[in-house]
Design a protein around this ligand. Structure first.
Ligand SMILES: [Zn+2]
Length: 382
């Protein structure tokens, strides 16, 4: 088993040698030469994955084998920890997807280690067009603690992240119960008033889910839920920096205002990793993935149909647009989400950290994953 990895440190650019043992980084030392043009960076951490390469967590037909297969696809893309994201569905549909994920975790230790937790994005969201996004209206409902508990029991405690709209009258009590039980609450798909945002923060919400997306087309210029979330130092923000979901100016502003508390998510769908072309979508209608990487409704080309890009693509986009240096964009896709999750331990390419990292080349301004290491084991070799 390979226990030494050489490459240029993603921050300093200096050649380093990382030694791993027992799933941990036991030594990081400067070496005389890097291995080729290889770079070393922490493994990518994606809090929002709906699917990848043809497999959809929300298809209604998810199997444990598919969860394992999808995890392998993510390793290829440099992701060492991710949150399968279950969107609004029938109560049974959510329960069945949870069961498939739990079965995959029990069947494969590496899959279990790679799934940081389940992200439940719905069904406790806004019913309004715009904030609701593509979540099916018929399954949107008020926060229901007993229902949540039934899912958490099935998940054996794996639901770690809940995206919800805080304007429901039941929301404050629900958020308090979530946070008391160790579940992180993020505000998203919301039409909340500034006061309701503040109440959610007071109850324990600590993040905004894909800030700036799933909103009304027009908002009051002064009192609105985006300003309110941007202004709060208690809220981190996740953003979809794929180049299609948010314009450059918004990305620049979010990154500046939320400095140190900004997280990249891919929010990728099953169309990520597929070739450009036309596809059928279970949310209805034909969708098109063009060669630039934009995924949209064929009938209404202005409407995005989700993201078809990986987290590494988002890192590249932030870097190539001149918004952030590569090392900072990489941090937002690796150590920052871990920090937000409360991983109370050493992070990054440091002695004592979990040996989760990527070896990559940078060709034509693109991260090309050469090797992915999870808990000290090579799980992808290009
Ligand atoms: Zn969403």
């Amino acid at each position: 088993m390979k226990t030494n990895f050489k490459g240029q440190h993603y921050k300093t650019g200096k050649p380093i040698d990382i030694r791993v043992n027992g799933g941990m980084i036991v030594e990081v030392k400067e070496s005389l030469a890097a291995e080729g043009e290889f770079h070393l960076a922490p493994g990518l951490v994606d809090l929002q994955v709906n699917g990848f390469k043809g497999i959809d967590f929300n298809s209604g037909l998810l199997t444990a084998d598919e969860v394992c297969e999808l995890t392998c696809f993510l390793w290829e893309a440099g992701v060492t920890t991710y949150f399968p994201t279950l969107i609004t569905n029938s109560d049974e549909g959510i329960a069945e997807a949870i069961e498939a994920i739990v079965a995959a975790c029990k069947a494969d230790e590496r899959v279990n280690a790679s799934i940081g937790g389940i992200h439940l994005e719905g069904p406790f969201l806004s019913a309004e067009d715009g904030p609701r996004g593509a979540h099916p209206l018929k399954h949107i409902k008020a926060p229901d603690w007993e229902l949540f508990r039934s899912w958490q029991k099935l998940a054996e405690g794996r639901i770690q992240l809940m995206t919800m709209a805080p304007e429901w009258p039941e929301a404050e009590g629900f958020i308090k119960k979530c946070t008391a039980s160790g579940v992180l609450v993020s505000i998203g798909h919301t039409a909340a008033s500034p006061l309701q945002i503040q109440t959610a923060i007071g109850a324990g919400a600590t993040m905004s889910t894909h800030l700036g997306n799933a909103t009304h087309l027009s908002l009051p210029r002064h009192d609105n839920y985006i300003w309110e979330q941007l202004a709060s130092d208690k809220l981190w923000a996740s953003i979809i920096a794929d180049g299609f979901h948010l314009p450059k100016a918004m990305l620049e502003i979010f990154v500046k205002v939320k400095e140190g508390r900004c997280i990249l998510v891919s929010d990728c769908t099953k169309f990520a990793g597929l070739a450009p072309g036309s596809y059928d979508s279970h949310i209805g209608g034909q969708i098109e993935l063009n060669k630039e990487g934009r995924l949209f409704m064929k009938e209404e080309p202005k409407m995005l149909a989700g993201s078809a890009q990986s987290l590494a693509w988002c890192v590249d986009h932030l870097t190539n647009s001149g918004i952030l240096p590569l090392s900072e964009a990489l941090d937002m896709a690796s150590v920052k989400p871990m920090e937000w999750l409360g991983a109370n331990k050493t992070l990054g390419l440091t002695k004592g950290a979990s040996a989760d990292f990527i070896v990559f080349e940078r060709r034509a301004n693109t991260i090309e994953i050469v090797r992915t290491v999870k808990s000290g084991a090579v799980v992808y070799q290009g």
